[in-house]
Write a protein that binds this ligand. Structure first.
Ligand code: BDR
Ligand code: CA
Length: 320
């Protein structure tokens, strides 16, 4: 049985890597991509999600989400990390398809109720759509299998400030509502994702194995690696969003520590994910360690099959 999944995303270079991993993984069935501002503006995120699904010939709903955070004003998109259109220097065209007509929040509620208990929600962007879905239907907590979030920096420093990780910083009020809800959350944040990286040789290898989709990932990785070189003076990029997907398919590669969490919503530390042992909130499973080499191999091995999986989908479509 495949694991049903909704990915809430702001594609974004590492989002694209995560989405192609999910599309190529035989154990996953991606029902929908719901889109959010963050790395790009939300109309760009929607366009990019449609382009990725068309590139992989993967039949998936795309539902557009919030254009801005719940309370604070919109931070500028991370063009310096992901490029002006979200895929580094790679030019983007218009997709053939269209998003579905309901909002991301309504889509999440509808699909999780339709497949009650079977859907993992995997947000890899700011948590605005997830908070909006909870507001629209507080009973959502009883229909979602679990929530696996890329975000936060609980015991490690942030990446947009000394305290905060980008996804949480972009909508701290939404994140706090998501951590307050009584449901199972795995948090794959900077505590582990800062240790998981790939370099140009990894992506060049991927291109050889899968010239179409691996080739695209190789191309977009160049901009991302350039950005990380400006930070760490090393020719690598951090695999934030793909790590959250690997934590779904290969959970045992990660070590977790449980703690209730709240989010700082204003001041210098805005966006900080704070452990609060005395809180009555349900503890979050925070990833604190990972078998870094194996996580990386999982990502590369699955993405190496992306073209083959695409051909299979095309053949079964032609035969039906
Ligand atoms: C997160 O922020 C975004 O730039 C990435 O796509 C990832 O989801 C890392 O902090
Ligand atoms: Ca992201």
């Amino acid at each position: 049985m495949q694991q049903k999944l909704i990915i809430d995303t702001d594609p974004g270079i590492d989002d694209a890597m995560a989405i192609h991993y999910a599309f190529a993984h035989p154990g996953l069935e991606v029902l929908g991509l719901t889109t959010i501002f963050g790395n790009v503006f939300v109309p760009q995120a929607t366009r990019n999600a449609l382009l990725l699904s068309e590139q992989a010939y993967y039949c998936v709903d795309v539902a557009e989400g919030a254009a801005q955070p719940l309370v604070q004003s919109l931070n500028p998109p991370s063009h310096h990390v992901h490029g002006a259109e979200g895929f580094g220097d790679v030019s983007v065209k218009q997709p053939y398809g269209m998003q579905v007509e309901i909002s991301a929040a309504d889509y999440i509620v509808k699909k999780c109720r339709q497949h009650s208990g079977e859907v993992i929600l995997c947000p890899v962007g700011p948590l605005t759509n997830i908070a909006a879905a909870l507001k629209a239907d507080p009973d959502l907590i009883n229909h979602v299998q679990k929530v696996v979030i890329m975000g936060g920096a609980v015991w490690s420093p942030g990446n947009v400030s000394a305290y905060a990780e980008a996804n949480i910083w972009n909508d701290p009020h939404a994140a706090d509502k998501v951590f307050a809800a009584d449901w199972d959350i795995d948090l794959i944040g900077l505590d582990v994702t800062q240790k998981i990286s790939c370099d140009d040789a990894d992506f060049a290898h991927l291109r050889k194995a899968a010239p179409d989709i691996g080739g695209f990932l190789h191309e977009i990785s160049a901009f991302y690696i350039k950005y990380y070189y400006s930070i760490f003076q090393k020719h690598v990029c951090l695999m934030h969003d793909p790590s959250a997907l690997v934590a779904i398919t290969d959970e045992l590669l990660f070590g977790f520590k449980e703690t209730p969490l709240s989010v700082v919503c204003e001041g210098e530390a805005v966006g900080q994910t704070m452990p609060d042992e005395r809180s009555s909130r349900r503890p979050v499973r925070v990833a604190v360690s990972a078998d870094v080499q194996k996580v990386k191999s999982c990502f590369l091995d699955i993405c190496a099959t992306a073209d083959k999986m695409k051909r299979n989908r095309m053949a079964s479509h032609a035969g039906s």
